[in-house]
Design a protein around this ligand. Structure first.
Ligand SMILES: [Zn+2]
Length: 112
């Protein structure tokens, strides 16, 4: 296990876990339920760390996360919004191009 990111919002960390899982990398969110004593000023659960299970995946995970951050940033300027998988109904953030749950490709909603 190796930490690849820290100081994340828990929701953000979970999205990254789903993103990495889609790339075949097993990651975990750590520290989400840490006690207040660790961060002091901040309530428990405000920040989380992202750990990758296999050391061999760490380099690839870090490269993917850089790409993820860049795409997430692009989202802010050109929001594509959430989309729902046609295969299983799972809802995804706009940064995902295919379903992490069933693997189906993203399909744009049918126009009028
Ligand atoms: Zn799906």
């Amino acid at each position: 296990m190796k930490r690849v990111a820290s100081g994340l919002l828990p929701a953000q960390a979970h999205l990254m876990v789903a993103f990495l899982a889609h790339q075949g990398i097993v990651a975990n969110v750590v520290g989400e339920h840490a006690s207040m004593s660790r961060a002091g000023l901040f309530p428990a659960g405000l920040f989380a760390d992202l750990w990758v299970l296999a050391d061999a995946d760490v380099d690839r995970a870090q490269a993917l996360l850089v790409d993820y951050e860049r795409r997430a940033h692009d989202e802010e300027t050109d929001p594509r919004g959430e989309w729902r998988c046609a295969g299983c109904g799972e809802t995804h953030e706009g940064v995902f191009e295919s379903c992490w749950h069933c693997g189906a490709e993203r399909r744009l909603p049918e126009g009028p």
